[in-house]
Design a protein around this ligand. Structure first.
Ligand SMILES: [Zn+2]
Length: 131
């Protein structure tokens, strides 16, 4: 009867249960370079190695269940979007039709049916196709 590795899906282990004294190898493949991680593994003498873009943990299974967890802090991805009060909430901000000058809320002008001009979006997924 072994002891269990208690972890969330972020750790990849070969088995969930180990006998005390067995070597355990756990991997954490989700390392992002702009994020700093702190790992907590409830075992003695955990060796932590960075191999091929993964963090690898090697330790000897102790005589108890081992909790494995981590915290991450993204060092770059602080949300840079400024907060516009009008952009919060569900309603679209008002826009002025370029064709007839009517103030509108929806996607199309009430008056003439023109589509709302595209606001300058900070869309990340916009593809830059061939110019
Ligand atoms: Zn219009």
């Amino acid at each position: 009867m072994g002891y269990r590795l208690i972890h969330n899906d972020c750790f990849v282990v070969e088995r969930e249960e180990y006998e005390p004294g067995e070597p355990v190898r756990a991997r954490f493949p989700w390392i992002a370079t702009d994020t700093s991680y702190e790992f907590f593994i409830d075992a003695a003498n955990v060796r932590q190695e960075y191999v091929n873009g993964e963090m690898v943990f090697l330790f000897i299974m102790p005589g108890h269940d081992v909790n494995m967890s981590y915290t991450s802090r993204n060092t770059m991805m602080r949300d840079p979007r400024p907060i516009h009060p009008e952009a919060l909430g569900n309603g679209d901000p008002l826009w002025v039709c370029e064709t007839c000058g009517t103030k509108n809320e929806g996607k199309y002008c009430y008056e003439c049916g023109s589509a709302r001009p595209e606001p300058k979006k900070t869309k990340h997924d916009r593809r830059i196709s061939s110019r």
